[in-house]
Design a protein around this ligand. Structure first.
Ligand SMILES: CC(=O)c1sc(CCOP(=O)(O)OP(=O)(O)O)c(C)[n+]1Cc1cnc(C)nc1N
Ligand SMILES: [Mg+2]
Length: 614
């Protein structure tokens, strides 16, 4: 196997083109094999294999810095940068991260996971390089989806103005997770179609065979002039960035050729590379949406597996039905249609659905604009990605207490995607915002009740629910919910566990049939149910949450008790003050001590040991 000979990117330099092509196929097989076992970002990584090999052939990592935006398409990069022997541990506890990670390898230029960060990172690196008068290349690989993010577009603006030497590779497969959106995306399609651009490209490249880099600049300038004359308003030119492309992102020879020349050029250059998401694996090419992130499959007979009915689907079903009852309802997603359970909704209510692209800030403020003009927008968004729109929640929604609902999915630990994706800060970052209410339903029925009530009462409301399966609620069921009131699920004589969302299951398991332990569904996190809290203050209280301990629900309970002048014994269980890595959700919960075992242990420490220890 050629891969046996590759232990670092330097080993690519000595390979023939045929060996590189064989290596690409070996890498594809390895990516399929391991993703089939562990799950992961299959289609994105398959589509980037030739690009990764060409980059590492032409540039000298780690001296040259190669950045991967989102970092989910970098499995080939991991395999050829000394991690092939650990690749089978991908996304597993203690194993390789599913994204690039600075602490994992000197070849990983950035720690990624959230989109659109690579260009600002690259800008910072070239400024540092030039200030230190060092000499190395900075190359940022960014997908067409990630380029819809405001951070990326704003960084382009600055990059073009400063004119520092860097190479941007636009990896255009016309896909985000769903089909990509936006005017730039339409324009890229046009560019790809405009045959004459490719013919000109072929002509340009055939000349490249013989000319020196200097002349390449001439050809490049001639092309630029031609485009300007033909009024080819290429936005990158407006941004002051040299645009080259589109070129075939699976043509190893062509890629190596053009990268060899581009690395000689000064100033910022963007190479537009066209790739096929899922390349080399028929099912993934045919359906890059499902095979963007499969959770595991039989590599020989790849079939879609159902993950069971999820909270995301429960949300999608509820809003799809609600939209028939409330004509002002409008749902927005920042490029997460499938992940947020909105496929059905987008089909049944296309005129009241909007995918803004990977720009959570735009999603929130667009919703604010809608609310100001009489609509009732719901922003469907992962907890971790809502972090990108914190100011927009405060500045554009909460100050005027606009009727925007935040349906916060993946609230809590999410598992194999790890630290960049756990949704474990939202209670802390939201509960300090005046006018904003926060709720957490215990099941799909309560989710429906909360959504319907939230639409009726208006005002900014966040409803958070975990990455998990949930029992389906009956269609058309809209139970009443006493807004702001907690629910006693089990009476106790000595202690009460205050829990919500996922930890409610653990609390009920820990309390089991012990008459001393009560359990409360603390489903309203802001405002808290102070009346019930006051009534429970004569018991020992244990709060438990799938969220950072600091600043979360437990902190809110302590603050409320303090304000009410009540001093019961209180213990707060939550996630520790460190980033939880990737791993299985139950294992991460066990490590954090918020599962049933951890609750029993905490109760014992509070003087209420399990009965068998009496
Ligand atoms: C992994 C993950 O969370 C991905 S991968 C992805 C699509 C990226 O499309 P791109 O065209 O850049 O790459 P491609 O897959 O090669 O086509 C999204 C939206 N997400 C979720 C997401 C949402 N929002 C933000 C800020 N970051 C991320 N990572
Ligand atoms: Mg893409």
């Amino acid at each position: 196997m050629v891969l046996d000979k590759v232990n670092s990117p330097d080993d690519l330099k000595g390979l023939t083109l045929e060996e590189l092509q064989a290596l690409a196929e070996e890498i594809r097989s390895e990516i399929i094999r391991v993703t089939a076992q562990n799950g992961g970002h299959l289609a994105s990584s398959l589509g980037a294999v030739e690009l990764v090999l060409a980059l590492h052939r032409v540039f000298q990592s780690p001296k040259d810095r190669i950045l991967f935006d989102v970092g989910h398409q970098a499995y080939a990069h991991k395999l050829i940068t000394g991690r092939k022997d650990r690749f089978h541990t991908l996304r597993q506890e203690g194993g390789l991260s599913g994204f690039t990670k600075v602490s994992e390898s000197e070849h990983d230029a950035i720690t990624a996971g959230h989109a659109s960060t690579s260009l600002a990172h690259a800008l910072g690196m070239v400024l540092a390089r030039d200030l230190a008068k060092e000499d190395y290349h900075v190359v940022a690989v960014i997908g067409d989806g990630a380029l819809t993010g405001g951070m990326a577009l704003a960084a382009l603006n600055k990059i073009g103005e400063l004119g520092k030497r860097m190479l941007i590779i636009l990896n255009d497969n016309e896909m985000s997770i769903s089909e990509n959106v936006g005017a730039l995306n339409k324009y890229f399609k046009e560019l790809q179609i405009r045959k004459w651009v490719q013919d000109a490209e072929k002509l340009g490249r055939s000349i490249l065979e013989h000319i020196s880099p200097k002349l390449f600049g001439l050809v490049d300038r001639a092309k630029e002039a031609a485009k300007l004359i033909l009024h080819q308003e290429n936005p990158f030119y407006a941004w002051g960035i040299r645009y080259i492309g589109p070129v075939d992102g699976h043509d190893l020879k062509g890629l190596i050729h053009i990268l060899e020349h581009l690395k000689e050029l000064d100033g910022p250059t963007l190479l537009h590379v066209v790739t096929r998401k899922g390349k080399g694996y028929k099912v993934a090419e045919a359906d890059p949406i499902y095979w963007h992130g499969p959770s595991g499959f039989d590599p020989l007979r790849p079939e879609k597996v159902s993950k069971g009915y999820t909270w995301s689907q429960a949300f999608g079903d509820a809003v799809t039905e609600l939209a028939y009852l409330e004509p002002r309802l409008f749902v927005l997603t920042p490029a997460m249609r499938e992940g947020s359970g909105l496929v059905r909704y987008s089909v049944e209510h296309p005129d009241r659905y909007l995918d803004v692209g990977i720009c959570e800030d735009v999603a929130v403020t667009t919703a604010a604009g809608m609310a100001l003009r009489g609509l009732k927008p719901i922003v469907a968004i992962y907890s971790t990605f809502l972090q990108r729109a914190y100011d927009q929640v405060i500045h554009d929604v909460a100050i005027e207490a606009l009727p925007v609902i935040f349906a916060i999915d993946r609230a809590g630990v999410v598992g194999a995607d790890g630290a960049t994706h756990h949704g474990v800060f939202d209670i802390a970052y939201l509960r300090t915002i005046p006018n904003l209410q926060i709720a957490a339903p215990k099941d799909a029925l309560e989710l429906r009740a909360m959504l319907k009530k939230a639409l009726e009462i208006g005002g900014p409301i966040a409803i958070r629910y975990p990455r998990d399966n949930v029992e389906r609620a009956p269609e058309g069921a809209w139970p009443e919910i006493p807004w702001g009131r907690w629910e006693v699920l089990k009476e106790g004589t000595e202690a009460y566990i205050l829990a919500f969302g996922k930890t409610l299951k653990y609390a009920l398991e820990a309390a089991s049939d012990d008459p001393r332990i009560g359990v409360v569904n603390a489903r309203f996190l802001k405002p808290l149910d102070r009346e019930m809290l006051r009534a429970l203050a004569r018991y020992r209280l244990l709060t438990v949450e799938d969220h950072q301990r600091m600043g979360g629900f437990g902190s809110a309970v302590l603050e409320a008790l303090n304000e009410m002048g009540l001093k019961p014994q209180v213990k707060v269980l939550g996630l520790p003050d460190r980033f939880l890595e990737h791993g299985s959700i139950p294992s991460l919960h066990r490590q954090a001590g918020i599962d049933a075992e951890g609750i029993r242990k905490a109760l014992a420490e509070m003087g209420v040991p399990p009965t068998y220890e009496r």
